[in-house]
Design a protein around this ligand. Structure first.
Ligand SMILES: C[S@@+](CC[C@H](N)C(=O)[O-])C[C@H]1O[C@@H](n2cnc3c(N)ncnc32)[C@H](O)[C@@H]1O
Length: 219
């Protein structure tokens, strides 16, 4: 039986090291954790979700794929109720606002022992800005395509570093220029232009500064 894992979640799994204990926050169907266990990548998985329904579906799927005994299931808003004995936290398929709220409510994640794998669905530059302003460092980030859509997945560690500039919040220095990068670049610039050009009152904002810097670089 094949685990129905999206390319998006597969890209997150590719950043997990062998033997790590993983906490999947917002696990929904639980397939990320199930894949990591079935393929001998993670040694244990905490699967958590804020809603009972998805969590129950993750429990059922873990039974179906025979990994129930290696998974801990938690009904939790973010990391509020989860055990802290894990190495890497995965947060995938959520927008920046939710991720920021999860990270802000858990300063203990900054004690140096945790890695984060984040795959943000919307407002990714805002998430990068938050990370940078709060001592989190994006060690690497990759663009990937899943169906018609482009996403990025990032590996983040606590390591206070020089702040990202507005332009770097759109294209961080550690974003890998892989096969999907040019399409991502064009898509992000187009979105940024729409925001800036349609709103004259945004002349001196974060978005406008980012666009001006990026245009300077292009010339
Ligand atoms: C769009 S699904 C993504 C599922 C899976 N991680 C993926 O990427 O395919 C988002 C999931 O996150 C859960 N969720 C939303 N806010 C959450 C929060 N604050 N804490 C934990 N789970 C949350 C939702 O219930 C839902 O199951």
């Amino acid at each position: 039986m094949k685990i129905p894992l999206s390319s998006r979640l597969r890209a997150c799994c590719d950043l997990i090291k062998k033997g790590e204990r993983v906490a999947d926050i917002g696990c929904d169907h639980g397939y990320l954790g199930i894949y990591l266990l079935k393929n001998g990548i993670a040694s244990a998985v905490i699967a958590s979700d804020i809603n009972e329904c998805p969590l129950q579906s993750a429990v059922r799927n873990s039974e179906k794929f025979g990994v129930r005994d290696k998974m801990t299931f938690c009904l939790s808003n973010g990391v509020e109720n989860i055990p802290r004995d894990f190495d890497t936290l995965v947060c995938a398929g959520m927008g920046a606002d939710t991720m920021i709220s999860i990270l802000s409510s858990a300063p203990w994640l900054k004690d140096g022992q945790y890695r984060l794998i984040l795959q943000c669905q919307s407002k990714t530059p805002m998430l990068r800005r938050y990370l940078s302003e709060n001592g989190w460092y994006i060690r690497q980030e990759q663009v990937l395509q899943d169906g018609k859509f482009l996403y990025t997945v990032m590996e983040v560690v606590y390591n206070p570093s020089p702040l990202l500039t507005p332009a770097q919040c759109y294209f961080p220095p550690t974003l890998v220029e892989n096969d999907c990068f040019s399409a991502y670049y064009r898509w992000v610039i187009k979105g940024l232009e729409t925001i800036v050009l349609n709103r004259k009152d945004l002349a001196d904002t974060f978005e406008a500064k980012a666009l001006a810097d990026l245009r300077k670089k292009e010339t």
